[in-house]
Design a protein around this ligand. Structure first.
Ligand code: PMT
Length: 404
C-alpha cells in the first residue's frame, strides 16, 4: 500500500485494544504516511505515549493545556493538517462524546475542529457494543458522515464472545487506503477473473496450474478502493476475500464460463487475469481411479475460451474496456499481440513466466501492456498491487477516450 505524502491523525482512546494501535501506527508509517497520534488520558493506562511517539516518529498529543505545545493552538493545527482521522480503538465513551459533539480533551476537540473524513473503529465489550445507547450513538455518527468500521466478532479480553473486537489490522488498513483514494471508478461495474481452474479426472485428482489468484485479487482490491462495483470470479485459491467485493467461487473452466456469462452483460470493464485451463479430461470418473499395471492414459478435450467469446460478443455488450493477460514462456510480445488481436481486446498484459519474481504465485510482477495501436508500455518490476494500480490507470485512460 502506498500512502506516501498523506497526513493522518490517529486517535487512541482508553480500551484494552489500545495496544493494537502500536501496530496500526507502525504499518501506516511503513506505508509512507505522516502520522500524528492523539491519545486520551485513559488510553495512557493501556499503552504509553512513548511507544506511540517512537513508532510515529512524532511527539504524541495528549494535553490540551500544554503551555508549550499549545502556544500555536496545536489541536487546531493537528485537525487542519489531517487528511484523514482514524479513531482506533474507539471506546463506547469516545463514541458517545463524538455523537454529542463534546470537546473536553485533545482528541474530541481536534475531531470537532476537523473537516477531514473520520474513520471510527469501535472496540469494547459485546454488551457495551450492543447497548441501544452505543448503537444509537454509532447511528448518529453515521448520520454525521463519519465512517464506522464494524468490530470483529470473537472472544474478548473480558472472556465474553461476540461483536466488539477491534477490526483486524488488515481491514483497518484497507479502509484507510480506500478513504484516501479518489473514487475514480464510481458508478462502474467491473468483472475480474482470478486464480487457476481445476479440471478433475476423478473425485480427488485434477489438472491445474500454479496460479495463486494474487494478481486478480489485487486488481479487485484496487478497483474497490476506486469505488467500482466489483465482481471477482475466482478459481480455487486460499486468499482472504477482499472487502467491498462480490466474490463468485468456481472450480472448473466451464463453471467460470457460466458465471462470467451470467455477469458479463452488465459490466463496463472486464479483466481476465485467471489462468483458465485450456484442456479438461474428457471423462471424470465417479470414483477414485485405481492403480493399474502399465500406463494410464487420460484423454483431454478443449475447454471453452472465455475471453475469446467475450471479445466476439463485444458489439452486443455494454463492456467498454476488455482486458486480457498473456502468460508466456517464449516469444512474449509476438504471442501476446496475437491474443490481443484474436480476442478483440483493448489491451493485454503480458507476463514473462521465465522471469524471476514474475508470473505465478509471486507477490511481484513485471509486465508489458500492449495496445492495439502497437503501443507498448513496459512497467518496471513492482508489487502485484502496484501493477494493479497501473492497469486500472490504463483502463481509466481508455474509458476517458471512449467517453463522448
Ligand atoms: O494468480 P497469480 O499467481 O497472481 O498469477 C498471475 C497470472 C500469471 C496467472 C496472471 O497474471 C496471468 O498471466 N493470467 C493469464 C494466464 C493465462 O491463462 O494466459 P493465457 O495466455 O493462457 O490466456 C490468455 C487470456 O485468455 C487470459 O486473459 C486468460 O484468462 C484467457 N483465457 C485463456 C484460456 C481459456 N480457456 N479461456 C480464457 O478466457
Amino acid at each position: 500500500m502506498g500512502m506516501s505524502g498523506k497526513s493522518l491523525l490517529v486517535g487512541v482512546s482508553g480500551g484494552i485494544a489500545a495496544y493494537k494501535s502500536a501496530e496500526l501506527v507502525r504499518s501506516l508509517v511503513k506505508c509512507g504516511a505522516s502520522v500524528q497520534v492523539v491519545m486520551t488520558r485513559n488510553a495512557t493506562h493501556f499503552i504509553t505515549p512513548l511507544t506511540l511517539q517512537v513508532l510515529s516518529e512524532q511527539p504524541v498529543c495528549l494535553d490540551l493545556f500544554d503551555l508549550e505545545a499549545e502556544s500555536q493552538i496545536g489541536h487546531i493545527q493537528a485537525a487542519r493538517a489531517a487528511e484523514l482521522i482514524v479513531v482506533a480503538p474507539a471506546t463506547a465513551n469516545i463514541i458517545a462524546k463524538m455523537a454529542a459533539g463534546i470537546a473536553d480533551d485533545y482528541l474530541t476537540t481536534a475531531i470537532l475542529a476537523a473537516t477531514a473524513p473520520v474513520l471510527v473503529c469501535p472496540a469494547m465489550n459485546v454488551k457495551m457494543f450492543e447497548h441501544p445507547a452505543t448503537q444509537r450513538n454509532l447511528g448518529t455518527l453515521k448520520d454525521l458522515g463519519y465512517h464506522v468500521l464494524d468490530p470483529d466478532v470473537g472472544s474478548m479480553a473480558c472472556k465474553e464472545e461476540g461483536a466488539g473486537r477491534l477490526a483486524d489490522l488488515s481491514k483497518i488498513m484497507e479502509k484507510i487506503q480506500t478513504l484516501l483514494t479518489t473514487p475514480s471508478l464510481a458508478g462502474l461495474k467491473v468483472l475480474i477473473s482470478a486464480g487457476p481452474t481445476w479440471e478433475p479426472f476423478d473425485p480427488v485428482r485434477f489438472i491445474t496450474n500454479p496460479s495463486s489468484g494474487k494478481m486478480g485479487f489485487a486488481l479487485a482490491r484496487v478497483a474497490a478502493r476506486r469505488a467500482a462495483e466489483v465482481h471477482l470470479v475466482t478459481g480455487p485459491v486460499s486468499l482472504a476475500p477482499p472487502s467491498e467485493v462480490t466474490l463468485h467461487r468456481v472450480v472448473t473452466a466451464r463453471e467460470m464460463q457460466h458465471q462470467i456469462e451470467e455477469l458479463a452483460a452488465h459490466m463496463d470493464v472486464i479483466i481476465m487475469s485467471a489462468a483458465v485451463g485450456d484442456y479438461r479430461p474428457s471423462q471424470t470418473a465417479p470414483q477414485k481411479v485405481k492403480k493399474i499395471e502399465g500406463r494410464q492414459e487420460v484423454v483431454l478435450e478443449k475447454n471453452p475460451d472465455i475471453l475469446l467469446s467475450l471479445g466476439r460478443a463485444r458489439k452486443d455488450s455494454k463492456c467498454r474496456v476488455l482486458v486480457g493477460f498473456a502468460a508466456e514462456t517464449e516469444n512474449l510480445l509476438e504471442n501476446a499481440r496475437e491474443k490481443l488481436e484474436k480476442k478483440n481486446l483493448d489491451f493485454i498484459v503480458a507476463n514473462n513466466l521465465t522471469q524471476r519474481g514474475s508470473g505465478f504465485a509471486t507477490d511481484t510482477n513485471q509486465v508489458k501492456i500492449l495496445e492495439r495501436s502497437g503501443k507498448i508500455l513496459e512497467l518496471p518490476f513492482m508489487t502485484k498491487e502496484e501493477v494493479a494500480e497501473r492497469i486500472w490507470d490504463h483502463v481509466e485512460l481508455f474509458l476517458e477516450a471512449k467517453t463522448p
